[in-house]
Design a protein around this ligand. Structure first.
Ligand code: IPE
Ligand code: IPE
Ligand code: MG
Length: 218
């Protein structure tokens, strides 16, 4: 059985979830955030030490300002709850560029990372304002040239994701963890992110555990 150290989730489908209910897209993001919290518990339950979640891509700035504002407002409230994360022994990391992010949000992001840095339970890596290509370019700008140097110069020093789940029906990476996903197993589901259940999450994990990983070997 494969060991699952790091699961990464492209949390897509919040907007459609809301639209299908005649709700504002922001409501979909709110419900999506509830699922992120559920996933944190599921990972603890399934003994998965690292969870990465794609929350906001660099390309998502192209959305209407109102939606972008609602997303950052939601994120700000979430980051304000840093004490709860620390109490639950969850180490929060935030991966992405600081470009375009308002100082108020940056300050909250720094605080939650600082206040949970000592936690050694689940590691929650939130990819906010993230671009896989930009991450690689940033590593090269720091002088990284070789494969090992680039790996070491990425936003986080985490083991590579073993399994990437994308909800919402599309079968693409949308610029997520491009360097780190070289040998990740991929699980795509039509389920919209707010509808993701423990049952399906567990199903994806079980399927991963049974997959024969070969890494180029015979
Ligand atoms: C994913 O849901 C969350 C973000 C990109 C912030 P979407 O908002 O992309 O949902 P759909 O794809 O429009 O349904
Ligand atoms: C990917 O979803 C980004 C996040 C989940 C944060 P998008 O909805 O932005 O991706 P595309 O535009 O469908 O590729
Ligand atoms: Mg989408």
């Amino acid at each position: 059985m494969n060991e699952l150290n790091h699961i990464a989730v492209i949390a897509d489908g919040n907007g459609r979830w809301a639209e299908r209910r005649g709700l504002d897209r922001a409501r979909g993001h709110e419900e999506g955030l509830n699922r992120v919290e559920d996933m944190m518990h599921w990972c603890v339950e399934l003994s998965i030490p690292i969870l990465s979640v794609y929350c906001f891509s660099w390309e998502n700035w192209s959305r209407p300002q109102e939606e972008v504002d609602s997303l950052f407002e939601l994120a700000n409230h979430y980051f304000e709850r840093y004490r709860e994360f620390a109490e639950n022994n969850i180490r929060v990391l935030i991966s992405g560029t600081t470009k375009r992010v308002k100082p108020e949000s940056l300050e909250k992001m720094e605080r939650i990372q600082r206040e949970t840095a000592h936690c050694d339970g689940l590691t929650l890596n939130l990819c906010v304002n993230y671009s896989g290509r930009m991450e690689i370019v940033d590593a090269i700008a720091k002088g990284a040239r070789t494969e090992d140097e680039i790996t070491a110069a990425l936003y986080q020093r985490l083991p590579e994701p073993d399994l990437i789940i994308r909800t919402g029906g599309y079968r693409r990476l949308s610029n997520f963890l491009l360097w780190q996903s070289a040998y990740a197993e991929l699980y795509f589901t039509d389920t919209l992110f707010p509808d993701l259940s423990l049952g399906e999450f567990r199903h994806a994990v079980r399927r991963f555990e049974r997959t024969r990983r070969k890494f180029g070997g015979a």
